[in-house]
Ligand binder design. Sequence first.
Ligand code: OAD
Length: 245
Amino acid sequence: MAIAHEFKHARRAVALTGAGISAESGLGTFRGRDGLWSRYDPAVVASIESFNQNPRKFWEFARDIGWKFLEAKPNAAHIALVELEAMKHLHCVVTQNIDGLHQRAGNKSVIEIHGNIGRVNCTMCATTYAAENIVDSLVQQDVPTCQRCGGTLKPDVVLFGEEIPKKTLAEALKRVRSADVLLTVGTSLEVYRASSFPELAKENHAKVISINMERTRWDDFSDYQVHGSAADVLPRIVQAIRISF
Ligand code: OAD
């Protein structure tokens, strides 16, 4: 398999993941017919403007969708990326996902460019809490507040209208720019910055491999495209690497 060959000879392979890799963990995607954004308008429920204007309404939505993210378990696609990393065929994962499933699966090097819903920050004093440590506040308070200063809490996720934290973005760009293989998995690549990553990687002559359930407008840009579920395709790639010379 040509893709296995690329991984075997890569020295700095980077995986860029999106919601599709967590689909088989029971988490829906954002776009498409059944996507979250077909039911909710992200500008209304998931923007920094809506959080600032009406934090109570924002938290209603965050609670609605948040528990599912916190309870999800990694699937075979996440495990395959852990195996690739352990085999030294994957340098790091850059993910747009906020579900923390790559770390829960066991990947060591993960850059979360959109944050993690398992963390909550105080908007006043910047204290960070693990959501699991403040479950009572999250359940009981309409707008959860900081135990130290009483400030309004906000999930540690990048909302529409917010920038990716500078340090995180710089680290992600460094990894992508120096990649010799960029594997994109389960992402429509509709959202900037991630949408620019394949081109940045190509500037370094990286091979771009895309695994996605359906075609995206980036398909023609990739060197290899595999259409199918990440939970089927990724373990097959790992298997092919194992048996190849
Ligand atoms: P999207 O919902 O835009 O795209 C998910 C992609 O995954 C689609 O192209 C699907 O075809 C594909 N897919 C679905 N099931 C799959 C499976 N089992 N295996 C492989 N592929 C599958 O999600 P993202 O590209 O991640 O931002 O969206 C990017 C950002 O937009 C998100 O991080 C989020 C959202 O607004 C924030 O929350 C800031």
